[in-house]
Write a protein that binds this ligand. Structure first.
Ligand SMILES: *Cc1c(COP(=O)(O)O)cnc(C)c1O
Length: 362
C-alpha cells in the first residue's frame, strides 16, 4: 500500500515496482543494478548469469554535480567510475541537455545509462527531465532519476513543474528519511519494468516461503497481494520499512505532504530573503527548493573565505540551529537544508538572528 501511494503521489507510471531500502544510496544502487541488467540485455548479454566478463563496458552519463552515491554504485556494480562521463551543468548545477545529447551521439550503439538528478544537495536544482529523458529514450539509453529529497516536489502542485517529465524515466530513487521525516533508515527505489527490477534483486530458495510465483518471483497470478518485499531490495532479512512510510502518508495525506514541502520551501526563501538584506552575507544559489548557500563578508565588505568558516563555526557553537558547510565552485559556504516537519517560521527568524550575530561578531 505504501509503495502504491508513493508511486501515485510522484505520478510514476502504472505498474512500477518498488523496494524499501536503507537510503537513496542503496536505492541508486538497486536501480542501477536493474539498469545494468536491461542495457546489457539489449546487447545480448545476461549479466546476472555471465557477469561482466565478456560484456561491453556500460557507459554512464551523469551531471557534473551528481551525488557521490552514483559513483559508489558504479563501484559496487563493477561498472567502474572510469565509465562515468560528466555532462556539463548550468550555474545552478543542473544538467545541460544539449551536452547530454552530444555525449549520447558519441556513445551511439553502446550500452548507456543516464543518471539524472532531481534536487542538487547544494542548490536544490533540478535536471530538466523532459529533455533529458527525451534524448536518452531516442538513444536507447536507460534513465535513472536520483530524487533523494527533490522528488517530493512532485507532491506539491506549486513545485511539480520542477520534475515535469519524471514519468518518462526508467527508475527513480527517493528518500523517506529526509523530507518525509520517518526514522532512519528508509528510502524507496522504483523501477518501470518490474522484470528488470526482479532480475537484479529477486531471489528464491526452497526454504523461503514465497506466497506465490505464478507471475514470477513475488507475484501471484492475482497480482500484488502476495508481494514479497525481499525480491525488490538487495537484502533478504530486513525490517518492515514500508510501515512508517504508510503511517506518515496515512496521517498527512497528499495535501499534508504538499503542505510540508511548500512550508519548508517558503521557510528557505524567508531565511534567504532576510540574509540577502544583510551587508555581511551573500546568498550563492537561486532558492528554488529548500536549499540555501550563504557566504560571508568581512567588516570592510570583502568576500572572505576565512570569515565564512569562522561564521559557520560560531553558528554551530551558538546552538540555535545547525547547518554544515559545503564547497561550491571552490568556495566554502554555509549550507542550509530546511526539511524538518516541526520547523516553524519563528524558528527561521531565530536562525536568521543567530546567523546575523555570528556574522557581525568581531
Ligand atoms: C542524501 C542523498 C543521497 C544519499 O541518500 P542516503 O539516504 O544518505 O543514502 C543520494 N542522492 C541525493 C541527491 C541525496 O540528497
Amino acid at each position: 500500500v505504501a509503495a502504491e501511494w508513493t508511486a501515485e503521489l510522484f505520478g510514476l507510471p502504472a505498474g512500477v515496482s518498488c523496494g524499501f531500502v536503507t537510503g537513496a544510496t542503496m536505492a541508486n544502487f538497486t536501480a542501477l543494478a536493474a539498469a545494468r541488467h536491461a542495457v546489457l540485455g539489449r546487447h545480448g548479454v545476461d549479466v546476472d548469469r555471465v557477469g561482466l566478463a565478456g560484456a561491453p563496458a556500460v557507459q554512464v552519463l551523469a551531471g557534473a554535480e551528481r551525488h557521490v552515491s552514483i559513483d559508489l554504485a558504479l563501484r559496487y556494480l563493477g561498472i567502474g567510475t572510469d565509465q562515468l562521463t560528466l555532462v556539463e551543468v548550468d550555474g545552478q548545477g543542473a544538467m545541460r541537455p544539449d551536452d547530454l545529447a552530444r555525449h549520447l551521439r558519441r556513445l551511439a550503439g553502446r550500452p548507456v545509462i543516464v543518471c539524472a538528478q532531481s534536487g542538487n544537495v547544494d542548490t536544490g536544482a533540478f535536471d530538466p527531465l523532459t529533455a533529458v529523458c527525451g534524448h536518452a529514450r531516442e538513444a536507447g539509453a536507460w534513465t535513472h532519476v536520483d530524487g533523494a529529497f527533490g522528488l517530493w516536489a512532485a507532491a506539491s502542485p506549486a513545485l511539480a513543474h520542477h520534475v515535469a517529465g519524471l514519468e518518462l524515466a526508467d527508475s527513480w530513487a527517493v528518500d523517506a528519511h529526509k523530507w518525509l521525516n520517518v526514522p532512519y533508515d528508509n528510502a524507496m527505489v522504483f523501477v518501470r519494468d518490474s522484470a528488470d527490477h526482479r532480475a537484479a534483486t529477486g531471489k528464491s530458495a526452497p526454504y523461503l516461503t514465497d506466497s506465490g510465483t505464478a507471475g514470477g518471483p513475488g507475484e501471484t497470478a492475482e497480482g500484488r497481494a502476495a508481494r514479497e518485499n525481499y525480491h525488490f531490495v538487495p537484502e533478504a532479512s530486513r525490517r518492515a520499512r514500508g510501515f512508517t512510510v504508510y503511517a506518515a502518508l496515512r496521517s498527512l495525506g497528499a495535501s499534508g505532504i504538499a503542505d510540508l514541502v511548500d512550508r519548508n520551501c517558503a521557510q528557505a526563501r524567508r531565511l534567504a530573503g532576510a540574509l540577502a538584506a544583510e551587508p555581511t552575507a551573500d546568498i550563492l544559489n537561486e532558492v528554488v527548493l529548500n536549499q540555501v548557500m550563504v557566504r560571508f563578508r568581512d567588516p570592510a565588505g570583502q568576500d572572505d573565505e576565512a570569515r565564512t568558516q569562522a561564521v559557520v563555526a560560531r553558528v554551530q557553537a551558538d546552538g540555535t540551529a545547525w547547518a554544515g558547510t559545503t564547497r561550491w565552485r571552490g568556495l566554502t559556504a554555509l549550507r542550509v537544508s530546511v526539511s524538518g516537519w516541526r520547523t516553524t517560521d519563528a524558528d527561521i527568524d531565530l536562525t536568521v538572528e543567530a546567523i546575523r550575530r555570528a556574522a557581525t561578531a568581531p
